[in-house]
Design a protein around this ligand. Structure first.
Ligand code: ATP
Length: 867
């Protein structure tokens, strides 16, 4: 049923046409009304843009209704939307599309993009492909500047395996280049874009149409009008790709006279007269392989079997030894490993169909070729080599791809203590989530994801841009066909133009091979027409066709130039080129040059696609309350939490910290001093008695006696201070134990939401003591640290009583008022110094470590000690 509203105006002018087939999946659901759909798929963000239009992320719209488990994710696809209008008048484009569809239909290899189905309506053809979430391969190299040898070796093995498989099916790709390689979630290579694919037959495998991109095109395609050996052309392209992987830039890309490569004739001259050069960091064995691949004469060029046996790929020989037949068998037996079938989810979706005869014809679109969407997720290949990780999913379906960007943000596990501690946090959180999940009703479980298994979500696109594609979905019939009833278009139609599109070198001297020596022609630039895929103005997506090392800058455009090490290469290359043999120095060991694109538009990343809302998932974001603050509060109001280490020194340190905190606060806050600091009265009485005796014995004190008394006062003051603080500390530690039990592991992450978290306990302790517990002001003796004069006191009661008693006794002797004053001053100075010392220690000890990892470690340490 059609649904019209204002939104239709966003999509290319389709408005109130009641026959509009633009549909929404569930009109009752307000959110889902915003979905743009194409057949059984909801369309999300734009993944990229190609010659024919946009490629959109998609997922089945009926997924949420049928999902039954927490690990049931929507299968994401890439929907290549091709406007019928754009191809109806362009026969070549039409041919390309059907080549691609028919080729993909017959290919099932883990390193070749999988065709899910083809859908069409009156306006669009949608090629539904497996979603390669790892992004474009050239960006991957760009990010890494160049690949390390083991990684390059692994990926090149996958490329060779995929190309071998294509060739084994009697097809050639003819447009192998970095831009047509994608990555899956495990950073495995995925060959895509089969628009130039063609058949070859064993008796005459020569082809006559030059296609592909100049930088990757084999010399025989560029400089010769003769039919070429198509498979060898693919091998050449693989060599250029390997060079780019290892070097970080394309070969023959450093002509100083033609840095931009805008002069094609000059460029070809340069390429043909310049031998292949290598940067230092490419080691001899891969160099050897490259020298065998990038041979201008296709007859002398190494073939795929020889490549597979080359020493550099030895570590991947087991993977490379899987024959195409074995891949097919794996595919055929795949039903054994089948994941939940989309059929069940799609329910009553429109059936897929694709018409060859009705391309551009809206009336006749059903009586046509049907590309049935029965291809299944490909199984994992045999795990001979650990490096070929094309794993069958365990908990998450393989089609739920996670960007390598995200992967790069993953915590890098190491054996460091901090790593272990942080990992423990993650693990504990995961346990928590799992246990929490178990307690949830099953309905809630279905959408709950565990930490670390987060996947893009079903949530609708938040914003639908006006530039997005308007998609109609029609009721399409599903007809299954078994045969390949699409005729692959022959090369005839293209042959005529191809003949004129060959590039003829204008420098005969540069060539050492007569076969390829061509006279200079007036129309040498015509070759660009031949590569209209890359140069066509209709092709809106810029391509990184040049990675000239010298032009690498930090700008977005130049960031496509991968290399940074060419300076030394240039100087060294001259010498190294002298040593190349005749074959290597052949002018045809070169690839033509295409002017670099002026900008690179990055396609929409998965981050910008609809996000999964992980219901009940646990956030590992930094807690809103800092650990330092938490521990500081604990110390301040409830004693030190580090009570497990109860050595005397530790207690003393803590006692100093304790007193220091009081000192940090203004002197008035002494009124908040807890009763913990009160000294038992018996102790006070004893102290008083002792003081009285001492002072009585002193009689009419002389100066010596007074000094003696003063010393005693000081000593007793210090001793009682320490003892009392220790007693109080012990008591507060015991109390803290109970508080600490609430200091849950997870409370670190739930402060914002949990009322029962640490805040509540702390806040209750922050409240000032009730007035009944407050000491009368008249008993308070304040210390003014600046003047050391005794005004009020934050000294424990026992000290005050003792010292006051002594002083009173001494003060009775009117003959020594100055001594009395001296004693008081001394006492104050002792206290001040004590407090200052404690304050200093406290500052040092309270927040000794600043980094999050260290704080987490500290937390665990304390926790384990308590346990
Ligand atoms: N299966 C896929 N998974 C993820 N992204 C894809 C997929 N297919 C295509 N894309 C993205 O869409 C972009 C354009 O796709 P594609 O190259 O197939 O279109 P095209 O019309 O054939 O373009 P061209 O022929 O000029 O290369 C790709 O560069 C890539 O970023």
């Amino acid at each position: 049923m059609s649904y019209t509203n204002k939104r239709h105006t966003y999509y290319e002018g389709i408005t109130s046409d009641p026959s509009s087939t633009f549909q929404y999946t569930q009109r009752t659901d307000e959110q889902r009304r915003k979905h743009v759909t194409f057949g059984p798929y909801i369309l999300g963000s734009t993944l990229g843009e190609g010659e024919f239009g946009k490629v959109k992320l998609g997922w089945p719209k009926n997924f949420s209704n049928n999902s039954t488990s927490a690990f049931d994710f929507p299968k994401q696809v890439a929907v290549k939307l091709i406007k019928r209008d754009t191809i109806s008048n362009d026969y070549k484009k039409e041919v390309k599309i059907y080549r691609e569809i028919n080729a993909l239909k017959n290919l099932s290899h883990p390193n070749i993009v999988k065709l899910e189905e083809v859908l069409q309506n009156s306006r669009y053809i949608g090629i539904v492909l497996e979603y390669a979430c790892g992004g474009e391969f050239y960006k991957y190299i760009q990010k890494k500047r160049r690949l390390k040898e083991p990684n390059a070796c692994r990926l090149f093995s996958q490329l060779i395996s995929g190309v071998h498989y294509i060739h084994s099916k009697g097809l050639v790709h003819r447009d192998l280049k970095l831009e047509n390689l994608l990555l899956d979630k495990n950073e495995n290579l995925v060959i895509t874009d089969f628009g130039f694919v063609n058949e070859f037959c064993s008796r005459n495998e020569l082809m006559k149409t030059s296609c592909g991109s100049p930088c990757y095109a084999a010399p025989e395609l560029v400089v010769s009008t003769k039919p070429y050996e198509a498979r060898k052309a693919d091998i050449w392209s693989c060599g250029v790709i390997l060079y780019a992987m290892l070097a970080g830039y394309l070969p023959w890309d450093d002509d100083p006279k033609n840095p931009e490569g805008s002069d094609i004739g000059r460029l070809y001259n340069y390429i043909c007269s310049t031998p292949l050069k290598f940067p230092d960091y490419i080691l001899p064995i891969p160099r050897d392989l490259l020298r065998r691949i990038l041979v201008s004469d296709p007859k002398r060029r190494i073939n795929l079997k020889q490549i597979e046996k080359h020493g550099w790929l030895k570590s991947h020989s087991s993977f490379l030894s899987i024959t195409p037949d074995e891949w097919d068998k794996l595919h055929n037996t795949h039903s054994v490993f089948r994941l939940e079938k989309p059929k069940a989810r799609y329910g009553s979706r429109p059936q897929s169909s694709c018409s060859t005869s009705s391309m551009g014809s809206r009336s006749d679109k059903r009586d046509s070729l049907i590309i049935d969407s029965t291809l299944l997720t490909f199984p994992a290949p045999p795990q001979e080599s650990q490096n070929h990780i094309i794993t069958r999913p365990t908990s998450i379906p393989s089609d739920q791809r996670i960007s390598p960007i995200r992967r790069s943000n993953r915590h890098n596990r190491s054996n460091s203590a901090a790593s272990i501690a942080l990992q423990a946090v993650v693990n504990a959180d995961r346990e928590y989530v799992l246990s929490h999940e178990q307690s949830l009703p099953s309905a809630q479980k279905t959408r709950q994801l565990t930490v670390g298994n987060i996947s893009p979500s079903l949530s609708p696109p938040s914003v639908v841009n006006s530039g997005d594609v308007m998609v109609e979905s029609t009721q399409l019939k599903r007809n299954t066909t078994s045969g390949n009833n699409v005729t692959l278009y022959l090369e005839k139609e293209l042959l005529g133009t191809a003949q004129t599109n060959k590039v003829h070198l204008n420098n005969a001297n540069s060539s050492q091979n007569d076969q390829y020596n061509k006279p200079k022609t007036q129309n040498s630039l015509k070759y660009t027409k031949n590569f209209d895929r890359t140069s066509s103005s209709s092709h809106t997506k810029p391509r990184p066709t040049s990675y000239h090392p010298g032009s690498y800058t930090k700008t977005s455009y130049n960031s496509n130039r991968l290399s940074i090490e060419e300076a030394s290469d240039k100087t060294k290359s001259t010498a190294s080129s002298q040593t190349l043999n005749q074959r290597e120095t052949s002018p045809f060991d070169s690839a033509p040059y295409l002017a670099p694109d002026t900008c690179i538009t990055s396609c929409s990343s998965i981050e910008s696609s609809p996000k999964l809302i992980t219901n009940g998932s646990f956030s590992l974001a930094k807690p809103s309350v800092d650990l330092q603050i938490v521990s500081g509060d604990l110390i301040k109001y409830k004693g030190d939490a580090e009570g497990a280490t109860r050595t005397y020194d530790e207690k003393r340190r803590k006692s100093l910290r304790y007193s220091g905190i009081f000192n940090d606060i203004s002197c008035d806050t002494v009124t908040e001093e807890s009763d913990d600091l009160k000294v038992p009265e018996s102790a006070v009485a004893q102290a008083q008695e002792q003081e009285t005796l001492d002072t009585t014995k002193a009689g009419n004190a002389n100066q010596d006696a007074l000094i003696s008394v003063k010393t005693q006062v000081n000593l007793s003051l210090e001793r009682s201070l320490n003892d009392q603080v220790n007693i109080n500390l012990e008591r507060s530690l015991n109390e803290t134990e109970s508080v600490k039990k609430r200091f849950s592991f997870f409370s670190l992450y739930s402060y914002n939401t949990s009322k029962s978290s640490l805040y509540s306990s702390i806040d209750s302790k922050r409240k000032p003591s009730p007035p009944s517990q407050r000491r009368p002001k008249k008993d308070d003796t304040h210390i003014n640290p600046r003047t050391s004069s005794t005004t009020t006191s934050n000294v424990p009661t026992s000290h005050k009583l003792k010292s006051d008693q002594s002083l009173q006794t001494i003060a009775q002797d009117e003959r020594i008022p100055e001594l009395k004053k001296a004693v008081r001053t001394e006492r104050a100075s002792i206290m001040v110094s004590e407090v200052r010392k404690a304050n200093t220690d406290n500052k040092e000890n309270q927040y000794p470590e600043q980094s999050t990892a260290k704080r987490v470690l500290g937390f665990f340490k304390r926790r384990s000690m308590r346990v």
